[in-house]
Structure formats: structure tokens, C-alpha cells
Design a protein around this ligand. Sequence first.
Ligand code: NAI
Length: 256
Amino acid sequence: MISEKKSRILLITGAAGGIGKATVKVFTEAGWQVIGVDRKPKYEGFPENGIYIQSDISLPEAMEEIYEKVEEFTESLDAVVHNAGVQVAKPLIETTAEEWDLVMASNLRSVFLGAKLAYPLLKAKDGGAIVNVSSVHAIATSADIAAYAASKGGILALTRAMAIEFAKDDIRVNAILPGAVDTPMLRAGLGRGHVGDGDLMERLENLARKTVNGRIGQPEEIAKAIYFLADNTQSSFMTGQALVVDGGATARLSTE
Ligand code: NAI
């Protein structure tokens, strides 16, 4: 009898968003099983051999419930992608403490709690990987997005700390920093006025002109980079690093 090779298992948060859906697809096509987590309901086309958990990762109790369900499904994980995130786009002096806390709980605390809960499951395999989705706003930012930028900067520091503490169990931890990628979050954030005040298409074109590649990114282009960081057969010598995938936007001086 030919023994069936067991699929590798991924848990991804924000699975129903633009980058999330594309990442679920890339991993599924590579033969992985996917555990998708999102506060939005399960979407049409989510892989049938996986599980979908509708929940809110900004709440510590909900995070524990998520991992109780994960442990009913599997004793181990090969990779975890912390991708869920929210953006509050407003001037710093108008941002309330509640909005600040919501952004930090959703974008940063969830990564800390998720890593703690995933740790025993990742350790159960010969080598696991965590990919934390940060943003180019962690290294250069703009007006009216301070809480988001701070949360994404925090992810980079947390990624290094996790990489150091988890290395003894062969768990690699890296961050990815997408630039402008065409998703619902990007389109919603274009109202900040940083790329002009024309209609949506004009704003998207203005944004595209700011990249070296002359276009904004597609979710699949981020998904493939996430896959590279999550797959131990590809990025085995990388840990604690920040991979920028932004069409060259941060390579060019803004004063040019
Ligand atoms: P999106 O808005 O399409 O997807 C985000 C998903 O996260 C949504 O499905 C949402 O329901 C989910 N989510 C948010 N808060 C949640 C919570 N508390 N509990 C459970 N699910 C929650 O956005 P997109 O663009 O796909 O973003 C994915 C990640 O990529 C985010 O972390 C974002 O900050 C990051 N990113 C996106 C960029 C872009 O240009 N689109 C650029 C840089 C970073």
C-alpha cells in the first residue's frame, strides 16, 4: 500500500480579506490544509478540507476559543500567518484612546497571543514558521495613520523577539511588509487625501505612480511571498527578518 503523505497545516487570520483569500488559495494549491480565522462569515470557495473559525482575534477569550477548536482538528501546525488587521485613518490628535486600543488589540496583541497559543502546536512538528503581516508603514509613514503605523512597527520588534525565543524549537518567525496592495483595506484608506482628492480610480493611479514598478500590487503577489516565508523548504535560513514587498516604493527618496 502506498502511504499517503500528510498535508501540512496552516492557520491564517484575516482569511476572508483581500490578502487572506489569496494566501489561502496559494497554500491550498500547494497541497496544504488551511484553518481560516476571520470575524467575517465563511466565504464561498473556502477549501472543503480545511476548517473556518468565525471569531474576533482582538479579544483574548476569543483567541483561546479559537485554539480550542484548532486542537480538536489537529495536534500540530506547520505555519501560522498573522494577517488580520484594521486601520483607523485619522489625525493623531483626533484619535481616541478606544481607537488606539482597538488598533493595538487587533494588529499587535493578537500576534503576541496567537504566537503563545500556537507555540506548542508548532513545536510538535520538526520545524514550524510564523509569518507576521506588518506594513511599509512600519518603516516610513504618512499623515493620519499613527496608531496603525505604531502597531505595524511593533510587529517588527515582536517578530525579532519571537524569532530569538522560538529558535531553540526550530520555529522561524519573519515579518512581511506589503506596500500598496489592491484590497478592500487599501481602497477604504484612500480617503485620507494623501494621494489627491479625485475619484477612486484617480487616487489608485496616483498611488501606483509612487511605486518604482509603476503599479499597485495584487494580493497574490503578497501571498506568494508569505508562502516563501512559511515554507521550511524555501526560507529555512531566514528568521527574525522583515521582507518588504512594495513595488520598490520605499527604495526611492520621496524628495526625488
Ligand atoms: P482586508 O481588510 O481586505 O482584510 C483584513 C481581514 O482581517 C478582513 O477580512 C477582516 O474581517 C479581518 N479582521 C480584521 N480585524 C479582525 C478581528 N479583530 N478578528 C478577526 N478578523 C479580523 O485587508 P488586507 O489588505 O487584505 O490586509 C491584510 C493585512 O495586510 C493587514 O494586516 C494589513 O494591515 C496588511 N497590509 C495591507 C496592505 C494593503 O495595501 N492592502 C499594505 C500593508 C499591509
